[in-house]
Design a protein around this ligand. Sequence first.
Ligand code: ADE
Length: 347
Amino acid sequence: MADSILTHSSDNIQGLLNNKSLDVDLEPEILSLRPESLKDYIGQKEVVEALIIAIEAANLRKEPLDHILFHGPPGLGKTTLAHIIANEMNGHLTITSGPALDKGGELIGMLTHLEEGDILFIDEIHRIPKTVEEFLYPAMEDFAVDFVFDKGVHARSHRYRLNQFTMVGATTRVGLLSAPLRDRFGVFRSLDFYSIDDLIKITKRSAVLLEVAIDDQSALELSRRSRGTPRIVNRLLKRVRDYTMVRSDGKITLDVVDAALALEGVDKRGLTNLDRNYLKTIIDFYHGGPVGIETIAATLQEETDTLVDVVEPYLLKIGFVIRTSSGRKVSKAAYQHLKLPFQPELF
Ligand code: ADE
């Protein structure tokens, strides 16, 4: 019976909050390098401008903010922006993800506990099961959940009203989102890789927060080797800080960056072992391509999703990989970077 869905979700909501969604206030350490307001946000100028306008207009009209969908590779700020939106709207933030919402009851539990103006952030929203996704349509459009009791000729439905909330969805693969779900977002924004200048500003801001001295050359080098991604620049900065505390004098210099990043397996272009293995697999086993992604994944014994979501976007961006209708090809620039002979007759 469908009312067991509601009972189940209500009983378990605290458990859900503890397990499958993140209570933001309990995680200050993880969030410490994140900007908390749009005015402190570095980069993504057009996205920030669009958000400032949408938030200000919603506040002027005293209406909830439209639902917002962010698209882009991991680490570019989708979750950070959800935190900022909740701060700027003075709402509570509930965080969950598509794969965590494997039952409709869990989503209903979250929706029914949202207060007016709260933000529900669903990461990897493209991975939400279809049956659960259908609860989202009336929730987003009419702020309601429809329960169906019994089946067949005895079927009855009951509409439960929700408080007006804002959904923020994030996806690395907007193409996998169904049209009905995509169309229910009033704001859709793609996040792109950050410029070196923006990454330098982020590095220097984070170094201040982490209380470590870094010179200009080192900030530039770290930024060049961070794949256009704030999450990576912040992670590498922490590793470099560890290195200088233990092996040097606590200050970050170019030598320290070089030594610490060599330990991390991060090369001059910011490529990791996985990036290099991906390129070498195409070169060694498939003469540089074209080869299908499933074949590369099988040879590398990696998940296809990891290659498509994490590895390929930056390699495509810097032109080391080319996507063609018959598969992936490695470019001449990638051969040169790997110091391998380029054989155009096989290309
Ligand atoms: N830390 C991580 N991303 C950031 C950004 N875009 N601006 C400022 N600090 C950040």
